[in-house]
Design a protein around this ligand. Structure first.
Ligand code: WT7
Length: 648
């Protein structure tokens, strides 16, 4: 762990014009946040946001960990993202849409204003959506998805975007948890030249329950036939032309929730992570400016799906809050060929490109020399997010994609943090392959030991964020206890519960932070976060399964893959393996299937009946078992599983 890593200095040409130009400037920002924490954030909030009514306090800790930021302040996030840019930038491209088939469409800030206002009037007048109501958005990567999110923000509704890869069952669970009254969806969209469907999953989810839902608004994108339920379903395209493009934005309190986004934790049920209005949009904008250093004429491209937090913060809210041009791509980076991503960079002169290690590894594998075929000279900053990036992938990204000229920002953050928390600044921070480097100014991220003491160099510990920060999670929807037990019950520092990320990390000799991965039962498959308990709960729905334990193992492209150890009720059923993945597709989605499934006679358990997952992890990895197995109820189980895996 302590092998010395190479260091790459920021490009001096780039640094000259960067917002943060040197480590001295970075340190000065950190210092100012440490000297006067509330003063630092208060100043930022005044400078960066347009307030309808000013806030009277910066941070209220009286109900910790239910922190409140910028109380009494009033604003509307859609105004931050649109209206305030109209004065100077109404003809600037806000969203640059690149369709699967290679067509593109530029939507200006004025057009975005009209699109969002129309959608806002639609959901208000036609569907009766009011402040505080929940709206589920189950959409492909098309501009109307952005309209829908911002329209919710405009009328004060709380959106919850569900990733289009989730199944009808997973969609139903999220609808039911939010008690949403409206679903905004699409017939489907296009991927790899072919239409795919979304609406049928909505129909299926609504057949299984979801009594709160009164209306389904369908955007037609691929014009494939769909079922229409009279009185419930309406077609956006038929209505939108005759709707006014002026809709007054609702005055929202700083702490009014902007959205919910479900994410996996260590129990079977996904958590509805709640984000605020003011604190969230402030940090979305600040990190866009600091970490990507987007300039006025730049084009920024984040390849995430809007169904994940990365898509929320860095396709929609962050870029639009700062008035930038954000590229939205409907398709996949390998269609029609392995050069698609690079051809888009060339076509639109993309300046910042932001993707996940799994995509970098895949693009490397399928098209090592593809980048050389395109003009990538517009690129200035390359970003990575979602999981630790291995140094070989990092180097290919740096040298071949970035021409050894671009800074790489390895951005560490989570659904819960709202925006980046640990990341290099592209004009300031010397970078090292595979290392997220240093906390951003204003973020008190520290690696702590079990007693809350700061870890020494090379001593691994738990990554915590000691002080509250504006864009942090405000709660778990409908479950305050779970909010506290998931994030604030692990580490106490100086008598106070601190936010624990669930990740392990280590300081190097320069004080840089390297993320070593989750220490809880969360697995990161191709950048998709999955709880093993969630996988197990789904597999357990099979009536043939007696018991199951799922663990993650390292995977060359995906980062991690799922490995399930299954005990069947009766003798081995031949096709059960296939069925298990069918169940997972049905219950969660295709991205949640297992690469390895083995049928074993029993699982290793302690005398108190707890499954020893560490042992299963070692077996899945093919490691020698070094753990003490003397506490197991029956230690012969371990050898038995090793033999079965070896013969599988
Ligand atoms: C988990 C959060 C935040 C956007 C995408 C994922 C892992 C995230 C990094 C990074 C190493 C990373 C962590 C974290 N992670 N970024 N740069 N280096 N690990 O959001 O689904 O909430 O997952 O992703 O394990 O806890 P998410």
């Amino acid at each position: 762990m302590s092998e010395k890593k190479e260091v790459y200095q920021p490009n001096p040409e780039f640094a000259k014009n960067a917002r943060v130009k040197s480590m001295d400037e970075y340190r000065a920002l950190v210092q100012s946040s440490e000297d006067d924490y509330e003063g630092f954030w208060g100043k930022m909030a005044l400078e960066k946001l347009s307030w309808r009514r000013p806030f009277t306090s910066v941070l209220d800790e009286s109900k910790a960990p239910f922190y409140r930021w910028f109380d009494e302040g009033e604003l509307n996030v859609s105004e931050q993202c649109i209206d305030r840019h109209l004065k100077h930038s109404k003809n600037k491209t806000a969203i640059l849409f690149e369709a699967d088939n290679g067509e593109s469409r530029a939507i200006t800030y004025l057009e975005l204003y009209r699109g969002v206002n129309k959608m806002a009037n639609l959901i208000k007048d036609k569907y009766g959506i009011q402040k505080g109501d929940r709206v589920i958005i189950y959409m492909p990567m098309i501009p109307e998805a952005a309209f829908a999110m911002l329209a919710c923000a405009r009328v004060g509704a709380i959106h919850s975007v569900v990733f289009g890869g989730f199944s009808a069952e997973a969609l139903r669970d999220r609808i039911e948890d939010t008690e949403a009254s409206l679903i905004i969806t699409a017939d489907g969209a296009f991927r790899k030249g072919k239409p795919y469907m979304l609406k049928p999953a909505v129909d299926k989810a609504l057949q299984m329950g979801c009594l709160s839902v009164k209306n389904v608004c369908v955007v037609k994108r691929n014009f494939e036939p769909i079922e229409i339920v009279e009185g419930r379903d309406t077609i956006y395209n038929d209505l939108i032309d005759n709707i006014s493009s002026e809709c007054e934005a609702e005055a929202m309190q700083s702490e009014d929730p902007l959205f919910l986004l479900y994410t996996s934790g260590s129990t079977g049920k996904p958590k509805g992570v709640k984000h605020s209005s003011a604190g969230y949009i402030l940090w979305a904008q600040m990190t866009m400016e600091w970490v990507f250093d987007v300039k006025d004429n730049d084009t920024f491209w984040c390849t995430a799906d809007i169904g994940w937090i990365t898509g929320h913060t860095y396709i929609i809210y962050g870029p639009l809050a700062m008035g930038a041009t954000t590229l939205m791509f409907e398709g996949v980076p390998t269609y029609p060929d392995a050069g698609r991503a690079w051809s888009i960079v060339q076509k639109h002169r993309v300046n910042q490109f932001y993707t996940a290690p799994t995509a970098i590894r895949m693009l490397h594998k399928v098209g090592e020399s593809e980048p050389a075929k395109y003009d990538l000279s517009s690129l200035k900053v390359l970003g990575t997010v979602g999981e630790p990036i291995d140094p070989p992938a990092w180097k290919w990204y740096y040298e071949v994609v970035g021409g050894s000229r671009c800074s790489i920002v390895d951005t560490y953050w989570q659904t819960e943090t709202g925006g980046h928390v640990i990341s290099p600044l592209p004009g300031a921070t010397p970078i090292k392959p595979g290392c997220a480097t240093l906390p951003l100014p204003g973020i008190d991220a520290q690696i702590l030991d079990e007693s809350g003491n700061r870890c020494a160099t090379n001593q691994g510990g738990k990554l915590c964020i000691v002080k509250p920060w504006p864009s942090m999670i405000r709660g778990v929807w409908g479950d305050d206890d779970r909010f506290i037990s998931s994030y604030f019950s692990d580490i106490i520092k100086d008598g106070k519960s601190v936010y624990f990320t669930g990740d392990g990390a280590v300081y190097d000799e320069d004080g840089y932070i390297t993320i070593t991965g989750r220490v809880d039962d969360v697995v990161n498959v191709s950048g998709h976060r999955l709880g093993t308990a969630e996988i197990e709960a789904a597999i357990n729905k099979s009536d043939k399964v007696a018991e199951v334990a799922a663990v993650g193992r390292a995977h060359e492209i995906k980062g991690e893959s799922l490995f399930a150890f299954v005990v069947l009720k009766q003798s081995r059923a031949e096709d059960e393996k296939l069925k298990i993945n069918t169940i997972l597709k049905q219950e969660i989605g295709a991205f949640a299937t297992c690469d390895d499934i083995v049928f074993v006679e029993a699982l290793p358990k302690t005398r108190s009946g707890k499954i020893m997952r560490r042992i299963l992890k070692s077996i899945a990895k093919g490691e020698k078992i070094t753990q003490d197995i003397s506490t197991l109820e029956d230690s012969s189980v371990v050898q038995n599983i090793i033999d079965i895996v070896a013969n599988n």
